[in-house]
Write a protein that binds this ligand. Structure first.
Ligand SMILES: [Zn+2]
Length: 531
């Protein structure tokens, strides 16, 4: 690999999945992993295997599936974590174990209660243990940005000697300022004698909105692996966004001495939409690169300029990030061929037989309800239809009666997929949406607590589709759902029923499974620390 080729290490499935409300099931994780590989990500951090049997299985499944990308599993610096991570990634073509241990004074004192010497010893032992299982070992001194530079240099040198092939310098708490972070990386290059034997990585959090800036500053100082997530999702305020880092490097190569990545940028938009859909975390309209408004020009002067010469107000070509111009594309009379063609242009890589089997029908139905079908409609449709949670309950129909001053009542009919048995029930609520939710709960026996409810239109116009996103609490967990329809009550019902199906699938998944080959399954979920 050339000196200017950056390694893109994506942690959407690990750090990203730790965002509140963003948990993904196995099918969803595999779909995201496939998309990341297609995008050209070099290493996929697939999870934290020790935390639960589900996490372990997910990492193992991603490892088996990956063709080109390396697959990393995270481990604390303790033997059982490391062994479990190594076991989970073992079947990957390029397995990596990522060991972390906090090095900052504040973490040493309050979290670990260990002195510097002890930390150094544990780090070396951890790396050696991982190295015995896999050749590719990454070490992260957690909270590196707040660690005393001279101690950090000592740790980095020791872990490289112990066999670490990548050393990641995380700004775990989003504390660094870009200038200071650049200086820290430069300091390491000056003070760590064996630093050229490893790749230096950076992992920045966005608590002060500096994650991308600090990441890029570190690249200027010599870091050659960037740890990022799609849409910048991650713990708290999130991580450095893959699409922003990649497009900054591509748009301003002179600022980074020509450093580039292997990312196929035209897949940024489709990948962003996929992650947003499976996590339920919406992308802000004004988000750089992938936000809906990122290439929209409202001001007359700007719009006029762009029409005369695009580069007057656009520093990136929307097509370069996979944003097809929103245009009137299809309608009632469009055939299969046109529909497939448009899907390809929008970045969906689907087999023709899948398009015909799963999407063409719903597309025709939509075309009957809505005259003009825009790109956003097609994207919303495909994104709703793919990766369905196993449907225990299917919505057959509903009726709502509401009047000012009256009591809204909803009658809902559901079908049980396994038996085909239909059940109808009615409920009242604070409003029509609430009444529908109560009726769904009565039939399915699943009671949820609504935490967030958002509605937006997918495209403009009177007959536009409405998209409902909602978050519900179930005990300690937050689950999200999404529904799209030309009828917002139907979209709401679909979104809520989606979550109910997810809860039911989760409960069914908890049925006893054969014990793992090597060790008893852990019952408890280890709290996930962030790196
Ligand atoms: Zn992190």
């Amino acid at each position: 690999m050339s000196d200017n080729r950056l390694i893109v290490f994506d942690t959407t499935l690990r750090d990203g999945e730790q965002s509140p409300g963003a948990s993904m099931n196995l099918t969803e994780k595999l779909e995201v992993a496939r998309a990341l590989e297609l995008l050209g990500v070099d290493v996929i951090e697939a999870g934290f295997p020790i935390t639960s049997p589900d996490d372990f299985e997910a990492v193992r499944a991603v490892a088996r599936q990956a063709r080109r990308s390396g697959v990393a599993g995270l481990a604390r610096c303790v033997p059982e974590d490391i062994d479990r991570a190594a076991e989970a990634v073992a079947e990957a073509r390029r397995p990596r174990v990522h060991v972390f241990l906090a090095t900052s004074k504040i973490h040493r004192k309050f979290k670990l209660r260990k002195a510097r010497g002890e930390i150094l010893r544990l780090a070396v032992e951890g790396v050696r243990r991982a190295k015995a299982a896999v050749a590719d070992v990454q070490f992260s001194p957690e909270d590196a940005a707040r660690t005393e530079p001279e101690f950090l240099a000592q740790v980095v040198e020791a872990v490289i000697d112990a066999g670490a092939t990548t050393v990641n310098i995380p700004d775990t708490v989003g504390w660094a300022m870009p200038e200071g972070f650049r200086a820290l990386i430069e300091y390491l290059f000056e003070h760590v004698a064996n630093i050229r034997r490893a790749v230096i990585a950076v992992h920045c959090h966005d608590d002060l909105g500096m994650a991308v800036a600090s990441t890029l500053a570190a690249v200027q100082a010599g870091a050659r692996q960037v740890e990022v997530t799609i849409n910048g999702i991650g713990e708290r305020a999130g991580n450095a966004a893959l699409e922003e880092v990649v497009m900054a490097l591509k748009t301003r190569p002179e600022a980074f001495s020509g450093c580039d990545t292997g990312i196929r940028t035209e897949l940024l938009h489709p990948t962003s939409r996929l992650v947003s859909r499976v996590t339920g975390l919406a992308v802000a309209r004004n988000k750089a690169v992938v936000g809906e408004n990122a290439f929209a020009h409202e001001s007359g002067i700007h719009a006029d300029g762009v029409l005369k010469e695009r580069t007057t107000y656009e520093i990136m070509d929307p097509r370069a990030v996979g944003l097809a111009k929103s245009q009137l594309v299809l309608g009632k009379h469009s055939g299969r061929h046109q529909f497939r063609q448009r899907l390809r242009e929008l970045g969906f890589r689907l087999a023709d037989k899948d398009v015909d089997a799963f999407f063409f029908g719903p597309f025709k139905e939509l075309a009957d309800r809505k005259k003009e079908i825009f790109d956003a409609d097609i994207a919303a449709l495909v994104e709703t239809e793919t990766v369905r949670v196993p449907e225990t309950w299917r919505l057959c129909g509903f009726q709502v009666a509401t009047a000012t001053g009256g009591m809204p009542t909803a009658t809902v009919e559901l079908e049980e997929a396994a038996t085909g048995r239909r059940t109808r029930d009615a409920a009242t609520g604070d409003g029509p949406v609430d009444a529908i939710f109560r009726a769904l709960e009565r039939i399915t026996g699943v009671a949820l607590k609504l935490a967030d409810y958002q509605i937006r239109s997918v495209t403009a116009g009177k007959e536009a589709q409405g998209e409902v996103r909602l978050e519900v609490r179930l005990g300690e967990r937050t689950l999200s759902g999404r529904g799209v329809s030309t009828d917002i009550l139907e979209a709401s019902a679909k979104a809520y029923l989606g979550v109910i199906n997810r809860v039911v699938a989760r409960r069914n998944g908890k049925a006893p499974r054969p014990p793992s080959r090597r060790r008893p399954r852990r019952r408890t979920r280890t709290a996930k620390p962030s790196t």
